[in-house]
Ligand binder design. Sequence first.
Ligand code: RB5
Length: 149
Amino acid sequence: MSTEKTLVLSSDHADINLRRTIAAHAEAQGWVVTDIGPQTSESTHYPLHGEAAAKMVASGAARLGIVICGTGQGIMMAANKVKGIRCGVCHDTFSARMIRQHNDANMLSMGARVIGEGLALDIVDAFLSAEFEGGRHGTRVDMIKAMED
Ligand code: RB5
C-alpha cells in the first residue's frame, strides 16, 4: 500500500480560492500538491477539470485527488468516469474518513456552495489521514473494480 503524499487538486469556477486554501493546508502537512487549476474564476466546465484530475490519479502521477465544484456532484460524476477512480462527495468528516477506510476512495469531491472553508479543511484532514482497511472491504472494492473490465 502506497503512502506517498502526492495530491492533485482541481475545481471549476465555483471557488478557486477554496482550492488554493486546501493546497496550502495540505502542503503544510507535507503533501506534494499539484494544483491543475483553473487559475481564474471565469466560467468553465466541471467535466474537464474532474477528468483531468482523475487521469492524474489513475496514472499514478498523484496518489489522491480532491476536486471542487458548486455542489461537488458534477465534478465527482466526471471523475468517476475515469477507470480506476473512486470519488465520493463528502460534506461531513465521518464520510470523508469512511470513503478511505472502507471504499478505498482515491478522490474526494466537495461543494464550495454547500459548506464553508473551516468544515472543508476538516473534511480534507479526515480524508488525507485515513487509510484503507482492506479485508472484507477489499473484497467489495474488488467487485467495483471488476465492473470496469
Ligand atoms: C456551475 O455553476 C455548477 O453547476 C457546478 O459548479 C457544479 O455545481 C455542478 O455540479
